[in-house]
Ligand binder design. Structure first.
Ligand SMILES: C[S@@+](CC[C@H](N)C(=O)[O-])C[C@H]1O[C@@H](n2cnc3c(N)ncnc32)[C@H](O)[C@@H]1O
Length: 302
């Protein structure tokens, strides 16, 4: 990462850019809304001038379904957080938070403690770009951790994390950037952090099939899937954050199970199309389905 001209926030910006684009759609047409995304994206002014429809059209020219995939991931987690709140969750740990704005964008109860975990450089940039006044500020604690080299458990406990409280952890768009060992030790630490309390864990992972059989990661009839796969992986590598860890669904299920979690859901854009896009008249055709990355929800075995 460090030999990049980018400031370690290249991919975090990439995701925020898609959230900005979606937020420019008419309220009746959009599936997420993130008014903070524009603060983090270089060239946000140009994107705002281009508008939603043109930006999505342009994105389709390169990788059809990429925009829809990323915003469906955001929506899936937003919905999960809302559900967890209705079930009285007490702590929310955003692992590899990047420019995630849920802590101030969602309507969260005042008693919910939020921990945003990321590399210190990314957190510094994020804090410097946020408005002075943000909702929920008093409930947010920023915790610096490099998953590849540091103990998440110690950092969280030193920052006021309470082992007795029910907790939701999210690891969105991160597992591909960290080593397999780091993912395993992070999961082990999550289990140790919440040994006797309810814990929900969301993670996304990139399918191993991307290397073994790229065609399987896209809908039927998708034009040049190998080229799209290369475009996406090269894009991450170019901003200094290559995808180093890919998984099969069996590996993820086993990894979760070995660390006291039970897999509850494993979805891709293909599963969410009719739930999110059809109601706003934007059903994605099969030949534009992008399903490189999976969205997984697991519960602690207590
Ligand atoms: C693609 S961004 C996703 C950000 C955010 N979760 C989202 O979906 O908008 C990947 C994030 O993982 C973080 N990350 C990558 N490697 C990391 C590591 N070794 N330790 C901690 N955070 C890391 C990056 O700083 C970045 O914020």
């Amino acid at each position: 990462m460090s030999n990049s001209i980018f400031r370690k926030d290249g991919t975090a910006q990439g995701v925020a850019k898609q959230r900005l684009i979606e937020s420019l759609a008419k309220p009746s047409k959009r599936i997420i809304y993130d008014p903070y995304a524009e603060n983090f994206v270089l060239g946000a002014g140009i994107i705002k001038l281009m508008g939603h429809d043109f930006s999505v059209w342009l994105s389709k020219k390169f990788v059809p379904g990429f925009h829809e995939h990323l915003i469906s991931r955001t929506r899936f987690i937003d919905d999960l957080i809302k559900k967890s709140i209705s079930e009285q969750v007490e702590q929310y740990v955003i692992l590899g938070a990047g420019y995630d704005s849920r802590a101030y964008n969602l309507e969260l109860p005042s008693g919910l403690k939020i921990f945003e975990v990321d590399q210190p450089e990314v957190q510094e940039i994020k804090i410097s770009k946020l408005p002075d006044e943000i909702p929920n500020a008093e409930n947010i604690t920023y915790v610096s951790v490099d998953f590849n080299h540091q103990s998440l458990k110690n950092q969280l406990l030193n920052s006021g994390f309470d082992k007795r409280k029910s907790t939701i952890y999210t690891l969105e768009g991160v597992s591909q950037y960290i080593t397999r060992e780091a993912l395993n030790s992070t999961l082990t630490e999550l289990a140790l952090l919440t040994p006797n309390s309810n814990a929900t864990f969301f993670m996304s992972y990139v399918s191993k099939l991307l290397r073994e059989d790229p065609k399987a990661c896209f809908g039927m009839g998708y034009l040049k899937p190998e080229k799209a796969a290369k475009f996406i992986t090269n894009g991450a590598a170019k901003v200094g954050e290559p995808w180093i860890s890919l998984y099969s669904s069996k590996e993820i299920e086993d990894l979760l199970s070995q660390n006291s979690f039970t897999l509850i859901e494993n979805k891709t854009l293909a599963d969410l199309n009719s739930k999110y896009f059809t109601p706003v008249g934007r059903t994605i055709p099969e030949n534009h389905i992008f399903k490189i990355e999976h969205f997984v929800v697991a519960k602690s075995k207590v």
